[in-house]
Design a binder for this molecule. Structure first.
Ligand code: NAP
Length: 294
């Protein structure tokens, strides 16, 4: 069993800690246990936050197992965010639109699922001094992280969002979201292609914020950036990269050279964790936890 160090009998004991975890695959490198355990300790809540690899039992059985063990809640990461939607009893409006769940609250066996990724982005934007109402944003990518950013930015009245996509799959995803959002938001969403560099340059020049929501810049794509050079950043937009490892991507290096304000993905990670923590405990994540995101 992958749930670290907790025997089934422990949760039955009235003085045992409340149990939380992050599930997904791979999860062993997640920073969430460090952030959450630090926060629980800081506010004096007796709780343990661990990791659970969903590959061991499969997602459906993992969820059943967590319910049996009395887990009070869990975070969900790749690749399980979409499939978790079908395994909860109630979905938040954001999760219904995004078809993504990253936080589950277990209320005596009744599972409430929501996504806090968007709140994490708002926190990161705030760190860059960006408020969204009436603003124009250029967003690179249309996957899970990008969808959360697109939704929350639309619901917070961004004026215009230009979404750059590579594949037809990403374009179709952005199109579906754009149509759903048009019923509930006045934000104008423009779907663009990376194959048109002049359009990319123009849309960035009109934006207060450029967001990289792809994985270009990490892992085997660590040496790459979707922004070819500083000439794309002459208007000096704030630049936010969802990636936090490496802590400074090629994009952020280029943006710094161009004189842009920059932030990596850690504030978003912290912001989404803080929102999960609030949902589970009703308490604010203490400011001391912020040191983990700076
Ligand atoms: P995802 O759903 O797989 O989406 C990835 C997106 O990147 C897709 O739109 C994909 O387009 C695009 N892409 C990949 N390679 C590309 C390239 N060479 N050129 C153009 N577009 C490309 O992944 P995700 O869950 O959104 O995660 C994306 C990144 O965000 C990851 O690095 C993840 O670690 C990070 N993230 C950070 C946080 C945080 O809290 N900081 C939270 C969530 C995710 P195609 O459809 O063409 O493949």
């Amino acid at each position: 069993m992958s749930i670290s160090g907790i025997s089934p009998s422990e949760k039955k004991h009235s003085s045992s800690p409340a149990l939380y975890c992050v599930i997904g695959h791979p999860v062993e490198h997640s920073l969430s246990p460090m952030i959450m355990n630090h926060a629980f300790k800081a506010v004096g809540i007796d709780a343990q936050y661990s990791i659970t690899d969903s590959n061991e039992l499969g997602l459906v059985q993992t969820v059943e197992d967590l319910k049996t063990r009395g887990y009070a809640g869990w975070n969900v990461t790749m690749p399980d965010k979409t499939n978790m939607c079908a395994l909860v009893d109630e979905l938040s409006d954001e999760s219904k639109i995004a078809q993504s769940v990253n936080t589950v609250k277990n209320m005596n066996g009744f599972l409430y699922g929501t996504t806090t990724d968007g709140e994490g982005f708002l926190y990161a934007a705030g760190k860059l001094g960006i408020t969204l109402p009436g603003k124009k944003i250029t967003l690179l990518g249309a996957g899970g992280a990008a969808s959360a950013i697109l939704i929350v930015s639309s619901l917070h009245h961004a004026k215009e969002i230009s979404v750059f996509c590579r594949s037809n799959r990403s374009k179709a995803r952005a199109q579906v979201l754009s149509e759903k959002l048009s019923d509930i938001s006045d934000t104008h969403i423009r779907i663009c292609s990376f194959s048109d560099p002049e359009e990319l340059q123009y849309q960035i020049s009109e934006s207060v914020l450029l967001v990289n929501a792809t994985n270009v810049g990490m892992g085997d794509k660590a040496g790459f950036s979707l922004i070819p050079d500083e000439s794309y950043l002459l208007s000096r937009p704030a630049v936010f990269d969802v990636i936090y490892s490496p802590s400074e991507t090629i994009l952020l290096k280029t943006a710094k050279k161009a004189g842009c304000r920059t932030a990596n993905g850690l504030p978003m990670l912290f912001g989404q964790a803080a929102e999960s923590f609030r949902l589970w405990t009703g308490k604010e994540m203490p400011p001391s936890s912020v040191i983990l995101s700076s």
